[in-house]
Design a protein around this ligand. Structure first.
Ligand code: ADP
Ligand code: MG
Ligand code: MG
Length: 211
C-alpha cells in the first residue's frame, strides 16, 4: 500500500487517543518503580504532537517534515526521560524517509526500525536493562524479519506488536539498570517497566492505524 502524510497524522492521532486512555495505568506502573509521571509525560507529549499536526496542510507536507514536527513538539512538551527518547525516535524516523512524498510498506517498516534505533542510541540501553528498549528492539526485529519474509505491512506490524507484548511482559523478570528505577536494584523485580508498557500501547495504536 501507499502511505501518505495523512496516514502518519492519523497514526499520531490514534497514538494520542490510546495513550490518553492508558495514562492512569502508566502512572501507576511508574509509581511502583519510578516517580509516577510516565502516563502524564506520554499524554502531554502525544497530545502536543496531535495539536501541532492538526494545523498542518496535509496536501503540502512531506512525511519527513511531519515527523520532525512531531519530534519538536514531543521534546518541548515533555520534561521526563521519555521526552528526548521519543523525540529522537521521531527525528530518526524523519531522516529515514527524507525526500519521499509517500512511503511504501518497506519504507514504513524502515521508519519503525529507525524509531527503535533512535531510542537505543539516545538512551544507550541494551535489551535486559528493563526499559522501553525491551519492547522496541524485539518489535523492530520482528517487523524487519516479517517484511523480509514477504509479509504484508499489516502482518509485519502484527508481528511487531506480538514481539513488543512478550518483550514488555519479560521486563517483570528484569532488574533495572538504566533510568530512574535502576536505584531500586533487586526491588524493581516483579514489576513491568512503565516505558515498555507504553511502548506496547504506542505500537498497538500504530498497528491499528496502519493495518
Ligand atoms: P522519568 O524517569 O524521567 O520520570 P518517564 O517516567 O517518562 O521518565 O519514563 C520512564 C521510562 O523511560 C522507563 O520506564 C524506561 O522505560 C525509560 N527509560 C529510562 N531511561 C532509559 C534509557 N536510558 N534508555 C531507554 N529507556 C529508558
Ligand atoms: Mg517517571
Ligand atoms: Mg519524572
Amino acid at each position: 500500500m501507499t502511505i501518505y502524510a495523512a496516514d502518519l497524522k492519523r497514526m499520531f492521532d490514534e497514538i494520542a487517543t490510546a495513550i490518553e486512555a492508558d495514562k492512569d495505568r502508566l502512572c501507576r506502573l511508574d509509581g511502583v518503580i519510578g516517580d509516577a509521571d510516565h502516563g502524564i509525560a506520554m499524554a502531554l507529549g502525544f497530545g502536543a504532537v496531535r495539536d501541532a499536526l492538526a494545523s498542518l496542510d496535509l496536501s503540502a507536507v512531506e512525511p519527513t517534515a511531519l515527523l520532525n514536527g512531531a519530534a519538536k513538539s514531543f521534546l518541548n512538551a515533555v520534561g521526563a526521560s521519555s521526552g528526548p527518547l521519543y523525540a529522537t525516535a521521531f527525528m530518526r524516523a524523519a531522516a529515514a524517509v527524507k525526500g519521499k512524498g509517500t512511503l511504501t510498506d518497506a519504507e514504513l517498516i524502515a521508519l519503525f526500525q529507525a524509531m527503535a534505533q533512535g531510542i537505543k542510541d539516545r538512551g544507550k540501553a541494551e535489551p535486559g536493562e528493563k526499559t522501553m528498549i525491551d519492547a522496541w528492539q524485539p518489535a523492530a526485529e520482528a517487523a524487519g524479519a516479517a517484511q523480509a519474509a514477504g509479509k504484508t505491512l499489516s502482518e509485519s506490524l502484527a508481528a511487531a506488536l506480538a514481539a513488543a507484548e512478550s518483550g514488555a511482559e519479560a521486563t517483570k523478570d528484569m532488574v533495572a539498570t538504566k533510568g530512574r528505577s535502576a536505584r531500586l536494584g533487586e526491588r524493581s523485580l516483579g514489576h513491568m517497566d512503565p516505558g515498555a508498557a507504553s511502548a506496547l500501547t504506542v505500537i498497538a495504536a500504530m498497528t491499528k492505524a496502519l493495518a
